[in-house]
Design a protein around this ligand. Structure first.
Ligand code: PEP
Length: 255
């Protein structure tokens, strides 16, 4: 079955309402909406994941458009004494339809483990959100020939039992390619996506159709090649999602 590609902009900790601390997040989404109006429409689903402080305002701006909104993380619980955290229910209330869980920056900056990532993905499902579950090996793991083993272990530990193509997306993001300008070879991306697809199919025939995104230094100049690789169903884009022209060009590379 043909899967519609998904292009995700992960703004990370960038964006205020008027560029007071760098990026003007409202202007960025406004520029993307203008591009959507002017066409041609991209052959993909579009999602932007702004910082939590901008979610509601970006969701207001994008309401009724082809741009969906997602959070960058959520707490596993629906509410409670967890100072500074945001629950999946709160993200849904702010207008989100998706949430990224287990991004490598969460795994490294906050010590997030596979069981915690799985609990967050379950929370996303509980709140009616689609969970984008991130997996990917470090450079040391790849050099040691352990990339497949690591990604297999992360998938087994991070995907909840109820995961299916309607509520879950997998993002393969080799840690060493994130924000570095380096990307794996097309052969290596194809091999890893094939492995992820096989692993998903092994969990249940209905999981084989789950979207598998590639993430790690995707930009306008390499998007067509990466998005053309078998079993790549879209991209998780960090740095290049902060410029409307660049992000739009990535989306336009979907065929
Ligand atoms: C990311 O944030 O998930 C990412 C892939 O970043 P970048 O595109 O900047 O490598």
């Amino acid at each position: 079955m043909a899967r519609t590609a998904l292009i995700v902009g992960n703004w990370k900790m960038h964006g205020t309402s008027a560029g007071k601390a760098g990026l003007d997040g409202l202007a960025l989404v406004g520029a993307l909406l203008a591009k959507l109006r002017d066409g041609p429409p991209p052959r993909c689903d579009l999602l932007v994941c702004p910082p939590a402080t901008l979610l509601a305002r970006v969701a207001d701006l994008a309401r009724g458009s082809a741009i969906a909104i997602g959070g960058q993380d959520c707490h596993a619980k629906a509410d409670g004494p967890h100072t500074g955290d945001v629950s999946a229910e709160m993200l849904a209330d702010a207008g989100c339809r998706f949430v990224i869980v287990g991004h490598s920056e969460r795994r490294s900056d906050h010590g997030e483990t596979d069981p915690l990532v799985r609990a967050k993905a379950e929370a996303a499902h509980r709140a009616g959100l689609v969970a984008i579950v991130c997996v990917g090996e470090t450079e040391a793991e790849r050099l040691a020939g352990k990339a497949a083993e690591v990604v297999g272990r992360q998938l087994a530990g991070s995907l909840p039992a109820g995961a299916d193509p309607s509520n879950t997306v997998v993002a393969y993001e080799p840690v060493w390619a994130i924000g570095t300008g380096r990307t794996p070879t097309a052969k290596d991306i194809a091999a890893m996506h094939g492995l992820v697809r096989k692993t998903l199919a092994g969990r249940g025939a209905n999981l084989a159709d789950m979207r598998i995104l590639y993430g790690g230094s995707v930009k306008a100049s390499n998007a067509a090649e990466i998005l053309g690789i078998g079993d790549v169903d879209g991209a998780l884009v960090g740095g290049a999602s902060l410029k409307a022209d660049e992000f739009w060009a990535v989306a336009q590379a979907c065929r």
